[in-house]
Design a protein. Sequence first.
Length: 288
Amino acid sequence: MSVLGEVGCMHPVLRRAISVIFRSSIYSEEIRLMEYYKIFAIEYERRQALSTEIFLRSMDPEPMFMSYYIWAIVGANTAVIVDTGYTKETALSRGRKQQRCPGEGLKLIGIQPDEVEQVIITHFHWDHLGNRALFPRATFYAQEKEMAFWTGRYASVPIFREVIEPDDIVGMVRLNLSGHLTLIDGSRELFPGISVHWVGGHTPGMQIVEVATAGGTAVIASDAVKTYRNLTENIPDPYVNDISEMIDGYELVRNLAENESLVFPGHDPEVFNRFGSPAEGIVGLLQG
């Protein structure tokens, strides 16, 4: 007689007890086999800015630095890239600099951009959506609300138009038409241990990335949280589409992350004081 047949002949109470133990053992095995990821923040530019660029209604234009990042989520057999930065050409046209191409930063941690198969785009602003050509094999993931807004009636309004590059938006449309863009509505687990969540606020389709790490749940907040101070003091940043959504987004980040030390904000150089640095201009949550 099979094991299942023997269990079926048992007293109901004993059968339920064995069933619970069996399910618990399966759950324990799933926990044991769950993949934990490392997260790398790759800085490709840092510039002098003013506090009025970061904190809404700041009355003191205090000098401060802003970092520009892309992120890499690295597992045993996979690498998922979050955002793609801006190109050298865009930097020149906007009077900005670029310390290095984001793709060169990826190579420093052993990732070849042309081999990457998954790229998450948090939002469509110019400093997060360039360099798509570096990832010819990739499927891109973005929120449907983000695509709808930047191809809709308000995109040409100057206050919105100035924060995007038209070629970037056209590029996302082309990815969609070629089947290389997956549009998401709300929250979704994309891969085991990696989920995205719509928060809005900064842009209509802003999304954050939840990542399972050995140290607990981490959140790549990107521009949903510009700096740690924005989060701890509940201060919106001035580049905001909806203030109430931004505040709600802060709350979601706090609820998802194991603690604030596992949050990666979009533009804060402070991450270099909180994480280990495997290479110049790169910091990482390296437990795993």
